[in-house]
Design a protein around this ligand. Structure first.
Ligand code: ACO
Length: 311
């Protein structure tokens, strides 16, 4: 009966076992996961655009092939995550519709423009770095397919992060103009990277329940702090600074203190009013519409194969 099913679910979560697609789960758990996994998948797909923007203009064949591989990885992550959402009963075509009609969110970070080639390095270092910080704990998420998808995704994100950092190190060894370009990109991406972790805990409507369900393993503020602490020594090694005068080591807390991101900017961006929201969604919509013949051909081919197998 219903209470026995709920008890079994609660026990599974309490003992750190995994919930699998065929298991009974509360409606809210399923809905929360579909929301989070769909937003995550959309982020990977939309996230191809800021960097894809530089593929044709990469400064060398080596940088171009690295960037191509990286952007393709992001597409793979998106497909992986849509598959995880499908195990919960979501329909992939429906999720795409919700993205291109603006009903479902994707990460705020991808609504900022990538203005110089240094942005490619900074996206790898800070944006993928923040993504890893947020996603490593998700490998232990209570829903099996999501946690398992995260393991592979995190391995690839680590490679992305290293390629970004290596690119920036090369630029920092270059001319003064290149060093300035790196610092300017860091100044633009620092605050948006901190916003990736979501609103502060006291304004995060989903955190408490998601922590109870062990979908999330840490709060937004905990992960943001972890990211700041790990980024400071990396910035020092690179020779850049972060645009936050309040960023100082606090020996008592054993963490860095830092200023609040501009949360009104964050709300505007997730509300559809960031610098690139319209363009990102329009590009995704155009790609979807232009791909209509591919989907039609794939269905026709599958139907013919089925008919041939039956005859
Ligand atoms: N960008 C866009 N939307 C956000 C962001 C953000 N940076 N942070 C929070 N939100 C949204 C939430 O999805 C939620 O949306 P809703 O209105 O549909 O409920 C709302 O703002 C309130 O936030 P929270 O209550 O804190 O939401 P949640 O518990 O889901 O936490 C978080 C947000 C931390 C982003 C979580 O969903 C998560 O860990 N997601 C998986 C990671 C992910 O999506 N990464 C994508 C970027 S990384 C990359 O693709 C390279």
């Amino acid at each position: 009966d219903a209470s026995a099913l709920q008890q079994h679910f609660d026990d599974t979560i309490a003992s750190d076992q995994r919930i699998e697609p065929r298991d009974w789960m509360p409606d809210g758990y399923r809905k929360t996961l579909i929301r989070q996994i769909a937003q995550h998948a959309h982020s990977e797909i939309i996230g191809m655009q800021p960097e894809g923007n530089w593929i044709t203009r990469a400064p060398s064949l080596r940088r171009k092939s690295i960037l191509l591989a990286k952007v393709q990885d992001e597409a793979g992550h998106g497909l992986y995550l849509y598959s995880a959402a499908e195990t919960l009963g979501a329909d992939r075509a429906d999720l795409t519709d919700q993205l291109i009609s603006g009903k479902q969110k994707y990460s705020s970070i991808f609504n900022y423009p990538s203005l110089t080639f240094a942005d490619v390095g900074v996206i790898g270092w800070l944006v993928d770095g923040a993504a890893i910080c947020n996603q490593v704990p998700l490998c232990r998420s209570s829903f099996g397919p999501y946690g398992r998808a995260m393991i592979r995704v995190c391995k690839e994100e680590s490679f992305h992060q290293r390629q970004g950092y290596e690119l920036l190190m090369s630029m920092m060894r270059g001319t003064q103009a290149q060093r300035d370009m790196v610092q300017e990109a860091v100044d633009r991406w620092w605050w948006p990277a901190l916003m990736m972790f979501g609103p502060p805990d006291d304004r995060s409507p989903n955190t408490e329940q998601s922590m109870q369900w062990k979908i999330k393993r840490h709060t937004n503020d905990e992960l943001r702090q972890r990211f700041v602490d790990m980024s400071v020594p990396q910035a020092k090694a690179l020779g850049v600074t972060f645009p936050d005068p309040a960023l100082v080591w606090n020996a008592e807390r054993g963490h860095h203190d830092f200023d609040e991101p501009d949360w009104s900017e964050f709300m505007a961006v997730i509300g559809g009013n960031g610098a690139c929201n319209v363009e990102r969604v329009a590009n995704r919509r155009a790609a979807h519409e232009e791909g209509e013949w591919v989907r039609a051909a794939a269905v026709a081919f599958a139907n013919r194969q089925r008919e041939e197998a039956q005859s």
